[in-house]
Ligand binder design. Sequence first.
Ligand SMILES: Cc1cc2nc3c(=O)[nH]c(=O)nc-3n(C[C@H](O)[C@H](O)[C@H](O)COP(=O)(O)OP(=O)(O)OC[C@H]3O[C@@H](n4cnc5c(N)ncnc54)[C@H](O)[C@@H]3O)c2cc1C
Length: 427
Amino acid sequence: MSASATGPLHSDVAIVGGGMVGASLALALAGTGRSVALIEAVAHSSLAQPSFDERTTALGNGARRIFETLGVWQRIAAQAAPIRHIHVSDAGHFGFARLEAAAHGLAAFGFTVSNRHLGTVLWDALRLRREVQIVSPARVVHAQLSDEAATLDIQEGAALDGEAARTPRRLHARLVVAADGAQSLVKQAAHIDSSTHDYGQVALVTSVRTERPAGGVAYERFTADGPLALLPRHDGSYAVIWALAPSAAEALLAAPEEQFRERLQQRFGWREGRFLQLGRRATYPLSLVQAHASVGLRTAVIGNAAQALHPVAAQGFNLGLRDAAVLAELISMTEDPGAAAPLADYARRRSADRRGMIAFTDRLVRLFRDSRPVVTAARDLGLLLFDLSPSAKQALSRLSWGFGRLPRLARGLPLTGRPAATPRELP
Ligand SMILES: Cc1cc2nc3c(=O)[nH]c(=O)nc-3n(C[C@H](O)[C@H](O)[C@H](O)COP(=O)(O)OP(=O)(O)OC[C@H]3O[C@@H](n4cnc5c(N)ncnc54)[C@H](O)[C@@H]3O)c2cc1C
């Protein structure tokens, strides 16, 4: 990274968006010999941070291994809760299935962690890496791509808070990474179209303490209102993620606490005893957003910018983290990270995982929202057959590793990179 006090900045790789996936990529690239600029609009510690917010994320074993290789797992694990059992049921019908991690030789299927804690760990680690130039709070307001370089205009700091806008700072990079979420500006600048399928559902997210403290069991209940997940958290409470019709979500968001608790209890049942204290409620509209390409001129697209999924299978971040892991691996091995060849490799390496995970998640949403009696009966039978099938369970327990070849970081192999080539002059 090179910069004069106010002149243009230069870097090998510019990551736009320092949310869960962009920050993970920056960390993966530190130590590979590449200069990296990470541009994030909202400070990671701000209550308004849209990625590191009140939510709880379920990390699979693949994600755990990547974070282990990056040297941050111990700190994440200090506030993570293991998922040792999964209980899936079709509320009001006969179908159910149980999965036990031990039956598959696993200590846990995965771990839950609060997004805020994940943000603290990743950003604390990034601040120790001199190769990563952090430009935050700062928003990329314009991106231009040419055969030679990506050029970004960045509106820094206070202008974001309503003060008179300063002249944007310019940054030149060999590669720009779109990690700026589903409405990615970078993706648009690279002329990469997206398709959006609105599920007509909103995720209502909160936490709840139950009479029996949470201890290793994750619940997925398919209710008449929509899928309801309770994930154990390290403080003994459950994270609640409830996908609902927008009108139902709005009503429950505004409902007095007592009324909300009763409805939740009624839908979930009494398996964990009485529902006690509730946390803050927040909602997220749910769509499937798919970029039509994962690369463009001097551009790679990762995380939500590449694919934003319904949270029913808790795979969105896990998938985005593998985007970051594969991209970091390819960047570490190449002289010019924005050249056509490594970008084509990235697109090829990510396609099976993207397609597989999008299809799996989308089918699950559609299957469990169909209330026709014949479909309900078939899926309940499917759940029971699944419950009796060790091989089907074994396949599901491997889901968190994704489809296709594993990235080096997920195999426990650090990225060393090759020495950076003599820098070519950028514009
Ligand atoms: C309710 C819910 C529950 C979920 N639970 C799980 C789960 O359990 N497991 C799982 O794997 N996944 C889960 N997901 C999915 C997961 O949240 C996403 O996959 C993840 O947020 C993707 O991170 P990201 O960094 O790609 O994008 P985002 O989280 O959208 O972050 C984008 C970042 O870019 C920044 N930005 C945007 N534009 C600019 C700009 N122009 N300049 C600079 N910065 C910019 C934003 O400020 C933000 O920090 C869940 C999603 C939802 C909605």
